[in-house]
Design a protein around this ligand. Structure first.
Ligand SMILES: C[S@@+](CC[C@H](N)C(=O)[O-])C[C@H]1O[C@@H](n2cnc3c(N)ncnc32)[C@H](O)[C@@H]1O
Length: 352
């Protein structure tokens, strides 16, 4: 990735930021090679690839090419905005956008605002929180005045989201902040590195996966639903709040907004039923599913919601099924305490 010069008069070079440069629970960044090998061996070269639980969008991005139509989706705005930016943006003048990002990055932010009031001194330093709130307000203002369009807005918001996440005083999610506020690096906006030439024909949705499944056709339908009862709308509430910018009241120590309407059936007891329903609706040639098994834990919140027999039966009801498994180490809890588990990929060749 090369850096982008903001404008002729400015000597400042803004650093680029790629789609992978984000911390996200369950992101398949380290499984991409395996997924690509499996899809290539089992499904050939798809001309369309749908990722219904897109998250960061890194899986859809791996299959994104000028001759492949990507359909990406997630039910959270904090994922849809970056996917629109990296996978959906076409015909945007990136030199101009880089200038806007440089202007936003240089904006003074001395006054308290919604974001600093609620998230300053906890999730972010006071200064970073003031800047995040001021930049978000300015993006909203430019959009309301139609100085920027929807595509440019998604690029500016993505620049802000990635920058905020980099300096957040958390261990990668927003269920809580770290008691010691020692993440004091200054917020730095970067320019999203977008492959616009690959994005033609792509579409990004903000929908419930089950509702969307019956409305779209794809060669490959990739499913990576949440594994356990931890709702993504809980763990990423700060970023969701920032992207929506409806400035709702927040409550409790973690300062969460009301997340009614954002809860996923895949994190609850109805997960098996939701999975069966989704597979039944699929309109595609191949269904590819990632689902990990972290083993049975004492803490029920961490246990997988969909038992293997449910996955296998649901897929078998549509066609022949193959199953791949690799050891996967998503995180380490200290030097000598590495948590190994297995990540599985199921492929169903749809016959009925
Ligand atoms: C395991 S993560 C996917 C990670 C993604 N594959 C990546 O590599 O970043 C599951 C995602 O599904 C989304 N999600 C949960 N329930 C959903 C639903 N019913 N419809 C659409 N998206 C949903 C969550 O917001 C979360 O981003």
């Amino acid at each position: 990735m090369t850096s982008v010069r903001a404008n002729a008069s400015s000597k400042r070079r803004l650093r680029p930021v790629g789609i992978h440069n984000r911390r996200y629970l369950g992101a398949k960044t380290r499984l991409l090679d395996l997924l690509e090998r499996v899809v290539s061996a089992e499904c050939g070269q798809p001309s369309s690839f749908a990722d219904l639980f897109g998250g960061t969008g890194v899986v859809a991005d791996r299959f994104n090419a000028p001759n492949v139509r990507i359909i990406a989706n997630d039910n959270l705005r904090c994922n849809v905005v970056p996917m629109r930016c990296f996978l959906g943006t076409t015909d945007v003048d990136m030199a101009r956008v880089a200038e806007w990002i440089a202007e936003l990055d240089a904006m003074p932010a001395t006054e308290e605002n919604y974001f600093s009031h609620h998230f300053g001194g906890t999730y972010f330093t006071e200064e970073n929180a003031r800047r995040i709130g001021a930049i978000r307000e300015e993006i909203a203002r430019r959009r309301a005045l139609e100085i920027i369009g929807e595509k440019e807005e998604s690029v500016l918001l993505t620049s802000l989201l990635y920058a905020a996440d980099k300096v957040a005083n958390t261990c990668g999610h927003y269920d809580a902040y770290r008691m010691k506020l020692d993440k004091t690096a200054k917020l730095e906006l970067r320019v999203p590195a977008i492959r616009q030439e690959a994005n033609r024909g792509n579409v990004v949705f903000e929908e419930d996966a089950n509702r969307l499944a019956g409305d779209i056709d794809a060669d490959v339908l990739y499913l990576d639903p949440p594994y356990n009862s931890r709702q993504y709308s809980d763990t990423y509430h700060v970023l969701e709040n920032l992207m929506r910018w409806e400035k709702p009241p927040v409550v409790g120590k973690a300062r969460k907004m009301d997340r009614t309407g954002l809860k996923s059936a895949y994190c609850g007891r109805r997960a098996p039923e939701a999975f069966r329903d989704l597979v039944a609706r699929a309109r595609c040639k191949h269904i590819v599913v990632s689902y990990n098994n972290m083993g049975k834990k004492g803490d029920d919140r961490s246990n997988a919601r969909i038992p293997d027999p449910v996955i296998l039966d649901a897929l078998a009801s549509r066609g022949s099924v193959r199953h791949f498994e690799v050891p996967f180490n998503p995180f380490s809890a200290g030097k000598h305490n590495i948590c190994f588990h297995r990540e599985r990929v199921f492929v169903c060749h749809v016959e009925r």
